[in-house]
Write a protein that binds this ligand. Structure first.
Ligand code: AHR
Length: 324
């Protein structure tokens, strides 16, 4: 008799626990306490992006979050469609990495009306209404551009004449392209010898970087430095430089951002001169934030990723242990 009532009490308290673990979002996952996340990824444009997707998928599994994942193939309209479908499916939380900065207010208002919290990951939106998303986790892209520029200012101290720089920008209108451009331009103002003589988008891809660099080489007889907004563009530029009979890293110096394995390999081999790290490993922090947001707990408005920089010597030391 006593045993039976103990079992009944235990069963009742388990039920209470389950009920208390609710989603905190009116629309979220009616009838179940499992957190469901709709994640609208940018695409698969770069080594960074592939590592980021893996991080998000693995962390969701570990955190017990049911992940619905979509790849927008670098198109804003595909991301908007994916977000609308997550709203219809009444997921507990939406996370996305906006391909470009502008044009999100309408769909974010739809999510807000449906009471589904939104988390920005990796890239920002330019919306002035901060109530449209709960938090933004990712790098400080202006700072990354600045670190790249600061290295060049220091490296060019002994140069006598003008230092001609070509810039291969990321996706036009994206936060990393806008911010890295700004950070770099601000930093190189410290030395009037440093001049950006051409700047064009390579869309964060290897093929884009190669094409843009081929055109730069054709139109500019003296190029001293390439500043590529990511490793993949820099790796494409290396192919174009070698095809033109020049030595990357020596005849033309190369600075990139990301520090993925292929980039770090080229840095160790002397084909890239300096890499500013941008970490794609956002999954664990994103899942923590998602659980908090769904539970109605407060989260910081902005979570900035910790990052470093790599010289050729430093790359040689860490290459073997680089996880992505
Ligand atoms: O938004 C992060 C940037 O996007 C990474 O630097 C780049 O590799 C990616 O495609």
């Amino acid at each position: 008799m006593f045993k039976k009532s103990l079992i009944a009490v235990a069963a009742a308290s388990m039920l209470t626990l389950t009920a208390c673990g609710g989603t905190g979002s009116a629309a979220g996952n009616a009838g179940s306490d499992k957190v469901t996340m709709g994640f609208a990824q940018v695409g698969a444009e770069s080594g960074w992006r592939t590592a980021n997707t893996k991080s998000v998928q693995e962390s969701a599994k570990t955190a017990g979050i049911d992940l619905k994942f979509s790849d927008a193939q670098q198109k804003q309209e595909n991301q908007i469609k994916a977000i609308r479908s997550y709203i219809q499916q009444k997921v507990s939380v939406i996370a996305f990495s906006p391909v470009v900065e502008s044009g999100w207010d309408t769909v974010l208002k739809e999510a807000k009306t449906a009471k589904i919290p939104v988390i920005l990951t990796d890239r920002a939106v330019d919306s002035s209404d901060k109530s449209l998303y709960k938090t933004f986790i990712g790098s400080d892209f202006v700072e990354e551009g600045k670190k790249a520029g600061d290295w060049l200012v220091n490296d060019s101290k002994s140069a006598s004449g003008a230092v001609n720089i070509v810039e291969i920008q990321g996706t036009t209108g994206s936060a990393p392209a806008n911010d890295r451009k700004k950070g770099f331009a601000d930093a190189i103002q410290a030395d009037p010898k440093l001049k950006i003589i051409a700047s064009q988008s390579g869309d964060f891809t290897r093929s884009g970087g190669k094409q843009v660099m081929e055109a730069f080489l054709k139109n500019n007889p003296k190029i001293d430095v390439v500043f590529a907004h990511n490793d993949d563009e820099g790796l494409g530029a290396i192919e174009a430089i070698e095809a033109a009979g020049k030595v990357p890293g020596k005849d033309i110096k190369i600075i990139t951002i990301d520090a993925v394995k292929d980039g770090m390999t080229a840095l160790s081999n002397g084909k890239i001169n300096y890499i500013v790290e941008c970490s794609p490993m956002l999954g664990d922090q994103l899942m923590d934030l998602a659980k908090k947001v769904v539970a109605g707990e407060s989260v910081p408005e902005r979570v900035v990723t910790k990052e470093t920089t790599f010289t050729q010597e430093q790359a040689k030391q860490v290459l073997a242990s680089r996880p992505y």
